[in-house]
Design a protein around this ligand. Structure first.
Ligand code: S3P
Length: 440
């Protein structure tokens, strides 16, 4: 097992640029990469994954499955061969499972482990141990799971005594793909059927992939139903580029004055394309070309040109398919003309950092007028101007570091980013990719 990176380490100075030009590809989708390893591990036969994101978060999932005895080979960096152990083939992990910084690893595996006939302990890094697991533990306990942890089973480390589960019908209090996926992974082992209904539809990669692996699953509106499954069949998965990583480049190209950038091979699943709609509504010039379907997921190339953005009001429902893009949406808003308001997005306070507070603090420190709201933010854009020189802290949050690197493109004199090493969580090599398209 490799050394875990320190997400608070490393500083860079992100510099200004005239624009972003040329063609760029971004690493594989983080959500799809996690799911390919998990489902591949409990499938029968081989699952070959191409375009796997080699980020720290996904390596946490991969190492967890290895710890349960799954034979996983990586012939090339972005290629993974998972020799499925079968639905009943996982073994008791001889040590704690370390999810590192990855909420997806912790929550999805809590669902999976609840249904295994063995004991396991799952933990994570100092920031993940502060993020509540209650929303997952509660419904899993209703299915019969035995999970204990700090503060009534709310915080990692969680100790899980796997057991026989029964299906439930559950309306989730929030739209969360991690929660839905945890219940689906428990649901395929549970007796009878499990129905999960969300207030709004969160990303549906688990549903798509379960179907591709042959699970008995149907989706109706915001509700998903799975039945107890005997076998999943391993298959080939080609992972598209992550739209959440592409988003930094889309906004960077839009706000810098001399840009024309093609981001190739990006996943454009409708539960994830909120960022494209938001940039368009702000007046951005952005188009999707070469639309196609790969491994059950829609994919396209995204062309972005320099744009004069204007401030808009963004609701929680509009933000949901762009939930991870909040930091970079704030950067777009900082360079728009007029005011942008985000509301109904309290979930942002429980991500890798409190993203509302951290973006408010970061933008204020580079001279942007900003007001924090309990469930969102109000940002007064600088219009065609620049932001001032400043130093921001990533708070160990990869998306804060990358968003502020894009703000630096239109800064008078660069932005210092403390704790820039965290970009490896989802986008190893981010700064060299940015340099490769920088027109200065
Ligand atoms: C993810 C779901 C989202 C997202 C996270 C990845 C997933 O979290 O923010 O980065 O892969 O299921 P929530 O389920 O907490 O909304």
């Amino acid at each position: 097992m490799g050394e875990k990176k320190d997400i608070f380490a490393g500083s860079v100075i992100a510099s200004p640029a005239r624009g972003l030009k040329g063609t760029v590809t971004v690493p594989g989708d983080k959500s799809i990469s996690h799911r390919s390893i998990i489902l591949g591990s409990i499938a029968t036969g081989v699952t070959e994954v191409e375009g796997f994101l080699e980020g720290e978060d996904n390596l946490s999932t991969l190492n967890a499955m290895r710890l349960m005895g799954v034979k996983i080979v990586r012939p090339e960096e972005d290629k993974v061969i998972v020799n499925g152990a079968g639905m009943a083939g996982l073994g008791e992990p001889p040590d704690c499972i370390d999810s590192g910084n990855s909420g997806t690893t912790a929550r999805l595996l809590t669902g999976l482990l609840s249904a295994q006939p063995f004991f396991s302990v799952i933990t994570g890094d100092s920031t993940l141990r502060k993020r509540s697991m209650k929303r997952v533990v509660e419904p899993l306990s209703m299915m019969g799971a035995s999970i204990s942890g700090r503060l009534n089973g709310s915080y990692l480390p969680l100790a899980i005594s796997g057991r026989w589960l029964k299906g439930i019908s559950y309306r989730t209090p929030v739209a969360s793909a991690q929660l839905k996926s945890a219940l689906l992974l428990a649901g395929i082992y549970a007796e009878g059927e499990t129905v999960i209904e969300e207030p709004e539809k969160s990303r549906d990669h688990t549903e798509r992939m379960l179907r591709a692996f042959g699970a008995d699953i149907d989706v109706r509106g915001n509700a998903v139903r799975v039945r107890s499954t005997k076998t999943l069949n391993g298959c080939k998965i080609i992972v598209p580029g992550d739209i959440s990583s592409a988003a930094f480049f889309m906004v960077g190209a839009a706000i810098a004055p001399e840009s024309e950038l093609l981001v190739k091979n990006v996943g454009i699943n409708p539960t994830r394309t909120g960022i494209i709609k938001i940039i368009k509504r702000m007046g951005g010039t952005i188009d999707i070309e070469n639309r196609r379907e790969v491994s059950g997921e829609p994919v396209g190339d995204i062309l972005v040109k320099s744009s004069r953005l204007k401030g808009i009001a963004i609701s929680g429902a509009e933000l949901l398919p762009a939930i991870d893009e909040f930091p970079v949406i704030c950067v777009a808003a900082a360079f728009a003309e007029g005011t942008t308001t985000v509301s109904g997005a309290g979930e942002l306070r429980v991500k890798e950092s409190d993203r509302i507070a951290v973006m408010a603090e970061s933008l204020a420190s580079i001279g942007v007028e900003v007001k924090e709201k309990e469930d969102g933010i109000i940002i007064k854009g600088v219009g065609p101007g620049h932001v001032k020189k400043g130093v921001i802290k990533s708070h160990g949050d990869h998306r804060i570091a990358m968003a502020l690197s894009m703000a630096a493109l239109r800064s008078a004199d660069g932005i210092g980013i403390e704790g820039a090493g965290c970009v490896d969580v989802s986008f190893p090599g981010f700064f060299s990719v940015l340099d490769s398209v920088r027109a200065s």
